[in-house]
Ligand binder design. Structure first.
Ligand code: NAD
Length: 293
């Protein structure tokens, strides 16, 4: 039985840690929130009172935290208390620069670390079907792989340190852009007298077809399981999309990459935030486009 420290047992981390427990690992969990601690305990984790207690005997440390600043802070304690040769897997979605910096600091302390952000949402975390996009050395990636295979279905090595975050933000920037484009197309069709179902039947088999249309259709009706049929209850919240679009813009500026549509997508999701509607699913940007927000 391997001892694994798990830090950050929120919406995503809880299901991921529970899957490690189910696979027979001893999971020492640390989270600042008492309700997260309680839920982790119920899932079979052992609750640690500090990061030090969680990581000091662990051969691997998994982190699932909200932001780059928090990852930096937590890493200080993790690096300080980890056993030499420990493996650190950061599954949080954070900025590329922090991911690269943390992996280089880990290396200086002889700790193997990878960035391994995920897609697949809370459902995928609970079901163990996440997609992992990993950055770091091949050796660190291969060490992490058995644990990632427990928590996910598709595991990719995207290259060097930080490349997992690059894959994640580039993918989600594209997702935000095609969701907004899909909203515009459905809204245009409807304003010109074409109902959503008919437009869907045509466009989903024509060249406008895309994942936002066929899996998360922002117009109520055509896709039964889409959040648009449940008053845009998430799903994947607009606030999370905005976080990823902001990370993408930050990275694009540092790399001098032109991302005019990514910038526009960020501005539109920021309007949802200003309107206090960023708790809606990201397909709820339809309400901004059709004027019903
Ligand atoms: P969450 O807010 O539900 O969970 C984060 C947890 O971290 C909370 O329980 C919080 O108490 C804990 N935490 C914060 N600071 C801490 C600290 N210093 N020490 C220990 N614990 C601390 O967030 P989430 O939805 O689980 O998302 C986690 C990460 O996964 C984010 O980076 C997010 O962008 C990414 N992500 C989320 C989803 C999703 O659908 N929710 C999908 C893909 C990726």
């Amino acid at each position: 039985m391997t001892t694994i420290a798990f830090i950050g047992l929120g919406n995503m981390g809880l299901g991921m840690a529970a899957n490690l427990v189910k696979a027979g690992h001893n999971v020492l969990a640390f989270d600042l929130s008492p309700s997260a601690q309680k839920a982790a305990k119920k899932s079979g984790c052992v609750i640690a009172v500090s990061i030090n207690e969680a990581v000091k005997d662990a051969s691997a440390v998994v982190m699932m935290l909200p932001s780059g600043d928090i990852v930096r802070k937590v890493c200080e304690d993790v690096f300080f208390s980890s056993v030499p040769g420990a493996l650190v897997i950061d599954c949080s979605t954070i900025d590329v620069e922090t991911a690269r910096d943390m992996i280089s600091k880990a290396k200086a302390q002889l700790i193997d670390m990878i960035d391994a952000p995920v897609s697949g949402g809370v459902g995928g975390a609970a079901a163990g079907t996440l997609t992992f996009m990993c950055g770091g050395t091949t050796e660190a990636f291969e060490r992490a792989r058995p644990l990632l295979d427990i928590m996910g279905k598709n595991v990719f090595h995207a290259g060097d340190a930080g490349n997992g975050q690059v894959a994640k933000i580039a993918n989600n920037m594209l997702l935000g852009i095609h969701m907004i484009g899909t909203c515009e197309a459905f809204n245009l069709a409807e304003k010109l007298g074409l109902d959503a179902q008919t437009f869907y039947d045509i466009s989903s088999t024509a060249s406008g077809q895309n994942w936002s249309m066929t899996s998360y259709c922002p117009a109520p009706g055509p896709v039964e399981s889409a959040p648009s049929n449940r008053d845009y209850k998430p799903g994947f919240a607009a606030a999370m999309m905005l976080k990823d679009l902001r990370l993408a813009q930050e990275a694009a500026q540092s790399a001098k990459a032109a991302t005019p549509l990514g910038a526009q997508a960020m501005a539109l999701y920021a309007l949802m935030e200003s309107a206090g509607e960023d708790g809606l699913d990201f397909s709820g940007v339809m309400k901004l486009i059709n004027g019903s927000l």
